[in-house]
Design a protein around this ligand. Structure first.
Ligand code: HPA
Length: 267
């Protein structure tokens, strides 16, 4: 058994979450909804990555939300930090090791649509991998040929829509396009992405979706819109803006996810 898996099982003291969350930039407030939280710094988990991005904490927080066991990966490592698209492989595989079956991914993103302004929450229904990268490059087994036709789980998307209704949150839907970052996109790239069929743009999540499907987890993902894409307004983009706006949409997203967990059967 992987050392990190063993440490996780020991520290969780019998808590057996079947749902896990990955929190994106500025979305840490969901952690505040966890009751009886057990906190494990990534540094205590052998092979878990250290994230240097401000707004990303780097710890596992496990406990209950709305009475249901849940494990949160608070803080992710992005491809743009070290050039490794598989940086989140070990944490995601550890989730599968301990019996997690569903992964809910969250991120901050730029909007390509006027009707999805900053502060909106978008359910990701599909994605475009524009980075040219894939976290399974180098995986030697035939398991690397992961089907992506139903990457975003139909049942989880239905649960998300129902939860948004319950929570009174207007939930947008759309396609997320992954640009590697860390520089933001140019206005021409944003226009291109819109023509390709994207609704939101960001620098994360897609490699984790691929890794989660590789690990056999069901996936749902949400974007909190923090800005319009480059060139859509007169102003320059900044990470400070992401950090400032994300918690506002993050509060709404927190309510959707809490309602999703409350509705979950089988835990
Ligand atoms: N582009 C890429 N990533 C982002 C953006 C954006 O406009 N906003 C938040 N994350």
């Amino acid at each position: 058994m992987r050392t990190a898996t063993k440490t996780l099982i020991d520290r969780l003291e019998g808590l057996a979450p079947r749902t896990a969350l990955v929190l994106g930039s500025g979305l840490g407030s969901l952690v505040g909804r966890v009751e009886d939280a057990i906190r494990i710094p990534y540094g205590d988990l052998d092979g878990f990555p250290a994230s240097g991005v401000s707004g990303h904490a780097g710890e596992v927080v496990a406990g209950r939300i709305a009475g249901h066991p849940v494990l949160i990966l608070s803080g992710r490592v992005h491809y743009y930090e070290h050039g490794d698209p598989a940086a989140m492989r070990l944490p995601i595989e550890c989730l599968a090791d301990i019996g997690v079956e569903r992964l809910i991914l969250t991120n901050s993103a730029g909007s390509l649509r006027q009707d999805l302004p900053p502060g909106s929450v978008m359910l990701i229904t599909d994605h475009i991998n524009w980075s040219g990268m894939n976290p399974l490059i180098g995986e030697p087994t035939d398991r690397r040929f992961v089907g992506m036709t139903n990457a975003y789980h139909t049942g989880m998307m239905a649960a998300a829509r129902a939860a948004a209704k319950t929570a009174g949150v207007d939930l947008g839907e759309g396609v997320y396009v992954w640009f590697s970052g860390p520089s933001f996109e140019t206005p021409a790239e944003i226009r291109m992405a819109g023509k390709l069929g994207a609704d939101a743009v960001g620098m994360s999540t897609v490699p984790e979706v691929i890794l989660a499907r590789f690990a056999g987890l069901d996936v749902a993902a949400f974007s909190v819109i923090t800005n319009f894409g480059a060139g859509m307004t007169g102003s320059e983009l900044s990470h400070d803006e992401t950090k400032e706006i994300a918690p506002k949409g993050g509060e709404r997203l927190g309510r959707v996810i809490a309602a999703m967990l409350a509705d979950q059967t089988g835990d």
